[in-house]
Design a protein around this ligand. Structure first.
Ligand code: SF4
Length: 89
């Protein structure tokens, strides 16, 4: 996504936007996205059972990589399209 392709287009639903900073964004992932996705995929994680993140070390851990883009990569054109409807979790 960040090194290689000349153009990257990210399409995201409005429900992916958070009112806050990066901590709020990560919290959204841990609180709202990962638990139901882990449950949907039948992963054996604490959050798939409790609905809450416990910063687990499960072999099935679904959230493993956090990426932050401070600026557009020098050689890759990145566009973010926000769709005015809820898409996914
Ligand atoms: S760290 Fe573990 S418990 Fe927390 S959201 Fe990720 S998979 Fe679920």
């Amino acid at each position: 996504m960040f090194f290689g392709p000349k153009k990257v287009i990210v399409v995201a639903g409005r429900n992916k936007l958070v009112d806050g900073d990066i901590d709020a964004a990560v919290k959204r992932i841990k609180d709202w996205a990962s638990p139901p996705n882990a449950r949907r995929l039948n992963y054996n994680t604490p959050c798939s059972k409790t609905g809450f993140c416990s910063d687990c070390n499960s072999p099935d851990r679904i959230c493993r990589i956090t990426t932050v883009i401070d600026r557009k990569p020098r050689l890759t054109d990145v566009r973010v399209l926000v769709v005015n409807e809820d898409l996914g979790l």
